[in-house]
Design a protein around this ligand. Structure first.
Ligand code: FRU
Length: 607
């Protein structure tokens, strides 16, 4: 039987005792340490210090290299530990050959690094939430870093959400497809990693289709996912699942698409008139989208490209999505091409632009405005809405989207550590005609979100508002920091109405309706902790339709996020906030003539 003591070798590079050490550390030089683990325990806990550089860890089993991971091993202090799953090796000894990127001046100095003293083998890993900013009703990873939502689909009553996940730290690295499922689109169950890196590369973004007609030969209703394998270069790969999306078998013929330039984030739809599959691929640095077609999901033919010199070209093009929707109030339908772009957001950093047009199964043609120009349209006018893509096969012909609620400018610096990043609320999108005759995409909270609405905390009917005295209403004080606010506002020419969320520490977020400019803005400059990045404090502004009599707002507050939906999603602003204590009131003031038609503040029934 193995003894459960942990022995740590010092500078000598020799284990203190060869007998029965579950963890044996041997320092081989100023930037190379070997750790041997001989244990039946489930996990090795690796101590992390966020400000350290990534160390390269080769995991060797039976003398063979099994995988390479990168971890910011703690040097001066331990911020938290991450679990490495030993159980996958069935109790065999595991050798970690660690090359540290920060070379030390002597082996003795290496041996003093904090990580070696806190390596632990254990059967449990505590994922109890430690974060005050973790949202209560938005999807977050249990721990570790998350970016883009990936491969989302709906099948047999279950919504599947995969995501870019680093299981070994709270900054971007080691991309896996993490996995969560939900039966109500709100409460998510955490599942084991769905697709893990392999010798071709780490697993970047992509999407999933359900192959109802067995076109690929994996079986009817096989779940087939596409992703970018990121190794030396970026190539496109596929994997299928026969258990509804829980476990995947990688395709032996991977990669299925290669190019001589950076391309990523494959996204597939079926073009019903021909029955062909269409794959959109972000030709990142060329700032265009490539379209491929296939009849069997395995062999792809390049059919066209769209986007060179069109729309916003200020950053790399990533994560496309292509779908067809009816245009409200007409018999027409249009195709929408989502193109996520970083940087290029009107307020800096990452954002989702989209094009509306026609698609004939091979070529996308964007609508132009009256001057013949293809306009740049934005899906969300906040600063924290990126990598937005839709679920495949959502029920009732719905098109449901989710975005990553952060921005590459500061995503790795926000004041959380156990986990980083949440996804937006699910949104149902639809097309409407704007005042200028152009077709626009609206994103309203999905109907499932209504189920969250709890008791009414504050309400008022018609009230004039002015600058002399703020009308103030309480936000929930139990389960504080989370609520839904519904406000109908009216303003006359020359007026500006301001709704302010405030807390006891004098921090506030202003939501500003300017009647003449026809804009809605969110000002988070004094919202709480803002100094972790110079790009964080900001005002973001959305254009509103010219003449809606009443501005109807739904505002969702979830500890560290504020999503403002105007007029059923015709304008949306998604922004992160980090108040030092939760906002407790909302008050309304105005310059000029403005009024509240009605205001309601609801508790949220979050589990
Ligand atoms: C977008 C993105 C994708 C890429 C992924 C890597 O945020 O850069 O283009 O596949 O993140 O994590």
């Amino acid at each position: 039987m193995k003894k459960t003591i942990t022995l740590i070798a010092l500078a000598s590079g020799i284990a203190l005792s060869a007998a029965a050490a579950e963890i044996e550390v041997n320092h081989l030089g100023t930037n190379n340490t070997m750790v041997r683990i001989d244990s039946d325990k489930h996990y090795l806990l690796m101590p992390v210090q966020e400000s350290s550089e990534d160390d390269r860890i080769e995991v060797i089993v039976d003398g063979k290299l099994d995988q390479v991971i990168y971890v910011r091993l703690a040097k001066q202090r331990v911020d938290f530990s991450v679990p490495f799953d030993l159980s996958q090796y069935g109790g065999k000894p595991v050798l970690l050959n660690i090359v540290t990127s920060q070379s030390r001046s002597s082996v003795r100095q290496v041996s003093n690094d904090a990580c070696w003293h806190k390596l632990v083998v254990t059967d449990t890993f505590d994922t109890t939430n430690r974060e005050i900013y973790r949202p209560a009703y938005h999807h977050t990873p249990l721990y570790g870093w998350m970016n883009d939502p990936n491969g989302m689909f709906y099948k047999d009553g279950v919504w599947h959400l995969y995501y870019q996940w680093n299981p070994y730290g709270s900054k971007w690295q080691n991309m896996n497809w993490g996995h969560s499922t939900s039966t109500d689109l709100i409460n998510w169950e955490h599942k084991p990693v769905a697709i893990a890196p392999d010798a071709i590369g780490t697993i970047f973004s992509g999407n999933t289709v359900v192959d109802h007609e067995n076109t690929a030969g994996f079986g009817s209703d096989a779940v087939v996912s596409f992703y970018t394998s990121c190794g030396v270069s970026q190539v496109q790969s596929m994997a299928h699942s026969l258990d509804g999306g829980n476990t995947f078998i990688k395709y032996a013929g991977n990669p299925v698409i290669t190019l001589d330039s950076e391309a990523r984030d494959p996204n597939i739809v079926r073009y019903e008139p021909t029955g062909e599959w269409v794959l959109s691929l972000a030709h990142a640095l060329e700032r265009e989208i490539l379209f491929y077609t296939s009849t069997d999901l395995k062999h792809w033919t390049l059919s066209s490209s769209f986007g060179k010199g069109i729309g916003c070209q200020d950053g790399v093009w990533e994560c496309p999505d292509l779908f067809e929707l009816p245009v409200e109030g007409s018999d027409e339908s249009k195709w929408v091409l989502l193109v996520n772009i970083n940087p290029g957001c009107p307020f800096g950093g990452s954002a989702t632009q989209y094009f509306v047009g026609d698609f004939d199964g091979k070529t996308f043609t964007a609508d132009t405005d009256t001057t013949g120009v293809i306009p740049t349209k934005w899906m969300d006018y906040g600063k924290d809405h990126y990598a937005t893509v839709s679920f495949f096969d959502a029920p009732d012909n719905r098109r449901v989207v989710l975005g990553w609620m952060s921005n590459w400018q500061y995503a790795a610096e926000v004041p959380t550590m156990q986990y980083r990043s949440a996804n937006t609320l699910p949104r149902d999108v639809r097309l409407f005609k704007g005042d200028d005759g152009q077709v626009y995409l609206a994103s309203a909270p999905s109907p499932e979100v209504d189920a969250l609405r709890g008791t009414l905390v504050s309400r008022c009917g018609h009230k004039r508002i002015n600058n002399k005295k703020a009308r103030t209403f309480l936000l929930p004080n139990t389960n504080s920091g989370i609520c839904e606010i519904q406000v109908d506002l009216k303003a006359q020419a020359g007026a500006q109405a301001i709704l302010s969320l405030r807390n006891a520490n004098g921090e506030k977020v202003d939501i500003i309706y300017n009647k003449d400019l026809k804009t809605l803005s969110v000002d988070r400059r004094n919202s709480g902790i803002v100094d972790f990045s110079q790009d964080f404090p900001c005002v973001t502004t959305a254009p509103l339709r010219a003449d809606s009599e009443v501005l109807s707002l739904r505002i969702f507050v979830d500890r560290s996020s504020i999503e403002v939906f105007a007029n059923d999603g015709e304008a949306v602003l998604t922004n992160l906030v980090f108040p030092t204590t939760p906002y407790t009131t909302i008050s309304a003031t105005a310059s000029g003539k403005a009024e509240i038609n009605s205001l309601k503040v609801y508790n949220i029934n979050a589990k």
